[in-house]
Write a protein that binds this ligand. Structure first.
Ligand SMILES: Cc1cc2nc3c(=O)[nH]c(=O)nc-3n(C[C@H](O)[C@H](O)[C@H](O)COP(=O)(O)OP(=O)(O)OC[C@H]3O[C@@H](n4cnc5c(N)ncnc54)[C@H](O)[C@@H]3O)c2cc1C
Length: 296
């Protein structure tokens, strides 16, 4: 039986595997191929990898992991995790089951976009959510913000970077909130957004008339746990929808750790979705597991 089953092979799971491999601990790493940045062509704000395609980042990580013979990668989808006499039973979609005394959840979060025709096709390519990841590429251009509720925060973040900002609030905002945005220099379009589409090297937004922007930042989407394991295991959750962990990625259930977008400490205000932060969390969680195994 292996020391750990890591479910997820994004930055968090891959870094955790590297840390465990370097300490000659055995781990099975499972990957269903559903990555949060799956559609993204170039990731940013990742030191030494600014502009690297995420698929290349994962391929390099996997190639380097091949040097560690205690680490095994398995393509497949896990459907259930449950406590067992020897630790945990991890059930796969193909009907097989693996057991390990410890499980590290690194299954990430999934994005649910607002129901705007055309938006899903642009997601990660010309429609984004994170100004740290994708703002700089639109320096000096007109950029759109979709949704009113959290628009002011995004306008404040993007203002120093982009040329101009248009908020498509869909009529959500009252006169006071609209004029606050206008004072920050943003245009506000209150007609409902009925469609978005790629146009030249930007996005054409249909909202009453047509408005062309370089990119669209979505503020009215939601995120959810990609996998059902936190609920299956009854883990303590935070208001953000993430799993509560301690400094070393331990969850409320002994033997179960978590790392990446899906978990954070209660002291952190919310999910900090970023590749380096996920990788760091994977390293911390793996280091915690290694310490515990060493002292057992
Ligand atoms: C549009 C967009 C653009 C982004 N751009 C950037 C950027 O430029 N820079 C940056 O730093 N961050 C960026 N991010 C954030 C970044 O993608 C995440 O923070 C990061 O991917 C989180 O890593 P993770 O390992 O927690 O999860 P993920 O990368 O989402 O990996 C989850 C892993 O779990 C696996 N998995 C899930 N369910 C199962 C299951 N049931 N069975 C088996 N395996 C399973 C998946 O296959 C995958 O391997 C972006 C996010 C989005 C949405």
């Amino acid at each position: 039986m292996r020391d750990v089953i890591i479910i997820g092979a994004g930055p968090a799971g891959l870094q955790a595997a590297l840390t465990l491999g370097r300490m000659h601990r055995t781990a099975l790493v499972v990957d269903s191929g559903e990555y949060r940045n799956g559609p993204v062509l170039h990731m940013h704000n990742v030191v030494a990898n600014d502009g690297t395609p995420p698929a290349e980042f994962r391929a390099t990580a996997r190639a380097q992991l091949a040097a560690y013979e205690t680490i095994t990668l398995r393509e497949g989808s896990v459907t259930a995790v449950s406590p067992a006499d020897d630790g945990f039973a991890v059930r796969f979609a193909d009907g097989t089951t693996e057991h390990a005394p410890r499980v590290l959840l690194a299954t990430g979060m999934a994005d649910d976009l607002p129901a705007v025709p055309g938006l899903a096709e642009l997601w990660g390519l010309r429609a984004f959510t994170c100004p740290f990841c994708d703002g700089h590429e639109f320096a000096g251009r007109r950029v759109g913000v979709l949704g009113g509720g959290r628009a002011e925060h995004l306008v404040r973040m993007l203002r120093p970077i982009v040329g101009s900002l248009t908020v498509f609030d869909g009529g959500e905002l009252d006169a006071q909130a609209r004029s606050a945005l206008e004072e920050l220099g943003a245009d506000v379009h209150s007609a409902p957004v009925t469609a978005v589409a790629a146009h030249d090297d930007g996005v054409r937004v249909s909202a009453g008339g047509e408005v062309d922007v370089g990119a669209l930042f979505v503020t009215n989407g939601t995120t959810r746990q990609r996998a059902p394991f936190p609920e299956q295991l009854g883990l303590r959750m935070l208001p953000s929808g993430a799993i509560e962990i301690d400094e070393f990625g331990r969850t409320s259930l002994p033997g179960v750790s978590a790392a990446g977008d899906l978990a954070h400490r209660a002291a952190v205000p919310g999910i900090m979705a970023a590749v380096t932060i996920a990788a760091a969390a994977g390293q911390l969680a793996a280091a915690g597991i290694v310490q515990e195994l060493a002292m057992a």
